[in-house]
Design a protein around this ligand. Structure first.
Ligand code: ITT
Length: 261
């Protein structure tokens, strides 16, 4: 049985070093799962591997900087604010023109956030934090859900998305206009391995017409019951505390701290 201290080191070997080190691969030998082989490695091979790992891998597990993996400028601004406590430089995709487009083919927020974080981190060789978020209206069977950005057809057309949402809710009884925002944030390391993940939700209801100019997306329609105001009307300071994104990041931040240099 491997000790708790040894396990993280082996994970680093298998995830970071093995794909690029034919020498290590030779140690493992043969076919089959490398992870399994390391777990059952004989007692004389294991210490050698650990020493090699320590020497070769002293600094590769440290997050010297973090790329915010989103092309949505509103999200980006909110993420920057929320990640202020993190003492590493924050970059974004505009600084990486080579960042490939990522198709959001998942059927859940988790799948799409993972797709974005892992594809971009691997392509750029950087630590990447990506998130997938959206609005869920139970009375509409969960719509717009993962399709929030493209609900009315054109990506990011907030006005059209809001119009469609109001149309779809027109016949829905007043007491069933509840909705919630979801945000799943995923951190991936430069090899494209997920290292942390957190989800946040924010509950509210959908107003009958848009109110206020703050925020973006569905915010003018998203009313916080306690305040009787939409995120469009409320100060961004309130959204920064209550939002799904704020709640996800609040949970993710302590996990991120573990990777700081
Ligand atoms: P990236 O994938 O590049 O991050 P995107 O806008 O395509 O950008 P998503 O696929 O996660 O991101 O879709 C998010 C959509 O959900 C967004 O366009 C809004 O319609 C809605 N949304 C998410 N968070 C929101 C918020 O805080 N306020 C209002 N609408 C929000």
């Amino acid at each position: 049985m491997l000790s708790r201290q040894v396990e993280p080191t082996l994970r680093i070997i298998t995830n970071l070093l093995i794909p690029v080190s034919s020498r290590l691969v030779r140690y493992a030998g043969g076919q089959g799962s490398l992870r399994q082989r390391f777990a059952s490695a004989s007692s004389d091979v294991l210490p050698k591997l650990l020493v090699m790992c320590m020497v070769m891998n002293m600094n590769t597990d440290r997050m010297e900087r973090l790329v915010l993996g989103t092309r949505n400028r509103h999200k980006l601004a909110e993420l920057r604010e929320l990640l202020q406590p993190l003492s590493v430089p924050l970059l974004d995709l505009s600084q990486f023109p080579q960042a490939p487009p990522v198709e959001e083919t998942g059927s859940t927020f988790e799948e799409n956030a993972t797709l974005k974080a892992t594809r971009w981190s691997k392509a750029l060789g950087e630590w990447v934090l990506a998130e997938d978020s959206g609005l869920v209206v139970p009375a509409l069977g969960g719509e717009p859900g993962v399709l929030s950005a493209v609900y009315a057809g054109r990506h990011g057309d907030d006005a059209a998305n809001n119009r469609l949402l109001l149309e779809r809710l027109a016949q829905v009884p007043e007491e069933h206009r509840q909705a919630y925002y979801v945000c799943v944030a995923v951190l991936a390391d430069p090899t494209g391995t997920v290292r942390a993940q957190a989800q946040g939700r924010c509950h509210g209801r959908i107003a009958h017409q848009g109110r206020g100019t703050h925020g973006f997306g569905y915010d003018p329609l998203f009313e916080i019951p306690e305040y009787h105001r939409t995120f469009g009307e409320l100060s961004p300071l309130v959204k920064r505390v209550l939002s799904h994104r704020a709640r996800a990041l609040e949970k993710l931040l302590p996990q991120l701290q573990r990777f700081l240099p």
